[in-house]
Write a protein that binds this ligand. Structure first.
Ligand SMILES: Nc1nc2c(c(=O)[nH]1)N[C@H]1C(S)=C(S)[C@@H](COP(=O)(O)O)O[C@H]1N2
Ligand SMILES: [Mo]
Length: 349
């Protein structure tokens, strides 16, 4: 391999330049060559009722190309599935090392799960929903045999990022998985190809390790994930949240009947109600779209607001299935996730 970069042979970097280029080509080819197995119980197509299909309202399923991306990688890791392995070790009875072929041979499951980033501010874009295909993480861990006293999975990516996930949450029956596909496609490279974790109900920084290669079964009092010493909480259950997508905050709209709509999420609890208040008026019940499970976000819509000329504020709040209603007490993203009513200003003219 000759290290020719822009016509200059870079002394000492010969192998590196060549390998970088070849690695990228290989991983795209490898990704294209993965034949996705079917889930043991494939999910039915989503019912029409999950999506109001309104212009500017986030679609229920976020297309892969539009899915938010958050990671510390300056260069997206290029992991060859032929040599990829996942080691599971630490407080286990039988350490395990899985190859990609091993993973594809396991019974696979599908699940619709909404990911959210802890750094997403109220009203922000770092949340998206996809149908994931993968192996049930609890089953893989049962094969290794988790020892008593272990309460954390410290997962590591090929580029050394780490993530601490509570063992009890992964083992409680929810659809926590080692995912290999997203919305019917092999996992995109930027979303963790060949394998990533997905755990409904936890922010991504404590659950969603992309390019995962290692799980150490350990304890929260002995280990910590990447973001914990950087000002973020060791544990990150997703907070109940709601967002107005339309009208767009800060926009100017025409007077007359106006549709207000958005999404709300309370993963693994479920959203039971969404209410909207205009100009600090009474809370009005929004109509909710269907959802396949409590692990996804839920569209909502309020029709029939007669917008009159002038400036108006629109606020939204959600109630989850535990009966908790969002309060107007704003919490910023750090250390454990933003919440508060999403409030926007629109000009009607
Ligand atoms: N390897 C690796 N995995 C990671 C991260 C990272 O920095 N490196 N960031 C996490 C965070 S903070 C989030 S919110 C989710 C985002 O997943 P996405 O980029 O597929 O949307 O990935 C998680 N997995
Ligand atoms: Mo995140």
């Amino acid at each position: 391999m000759t290290g020719v970069v822009a016509g200059v042979v870079v002394a000492g970097a010969t192998g590196l330049a060549g390998r970088g280029l070849a690695g990228r080509l290989d991983v795209d080819g490898a990704r294209a060559g993965v034949a996705l197995p079917k889930a043991v119980k494939p999910l039915p197509a989503l019912p029409k009722g999950v999506d109001f299909r309104l212009k500017d309202l986030s679609p229920f399923s976020t297309p892969n190309r539009d899915f938010y991306r958050v990671d510390t990688a300056l260069v997206i890791p290029q992991v060859d599935p032929k040599t990829w392995t996942l080691k599971i070790h630490g407080l286990v009875d039988r350490p395990v090392e899985l190859t990609f072929a091993d993973l594809l041979k396991r019974p696979l499951m599908e699940s619709d799960v909404t990911l959210a980033c802890v750094s997403n501010d109220v009203g922000g874009p770092y949340v998206g929903n996809a149908r994931w295909l993968g192996a049930r993480l609890a089953d893989v861990l049962r094969d290794a045999g988790i020892r008593s006293g272990a309460d954390m999975l410290l997962s590591t990516s090929s580029d050394g990022w780490t993530c601490g996930t509570p063992v009890d949450i992964v083992m409680d029956g929810r659809d926590a998985m080692l995912a290999i596909a997203m919305n019917g496609e092999v996992l995109p490279v930027s979303h963790g190809f060949p394998v990533r974790q997905v755990v409904p109900g936890l922010y991504g920084y404590v659950s969603a390790t992309k390019w995962i290669t290692d799980i150490k079964v350990t304890r929260f009092d002995q280990d910590e994930g990447y973001w914990t010493p950087r000002g973020w909480a060791a544990k990150g259950p997703i907070k109940t949240e709601s967002r107005i997508d339309l009208p767009r905050g800060g926009s100017t709209i025409a007077p007359g009947p106006t549709t207000v709509a958005g999404v709300a999420w309370a993963q693994h609890k479920g959203v039971d109600a969404v209410e909207v208040s205009i100009d600090q008026g009474p809370w009005q019940q929004a109509r909710l779209a269907e959802v396949p499970s409590p692990d996804t976000w839920r569209q909502w819509v309020l029709e029939g607001w007669n917008a009159t000329p002038g400036k108006h504020t629109i606020a939204v709040r959600a109630t989850d299935a535990t009966g908790y209603t969002q309060t107007d007490e704003y919490a910023p993203p750090a250390p454990d996730g933003a919440t508060g009513w999403h409030s926007i200003l629109v000009v009607v003219k």
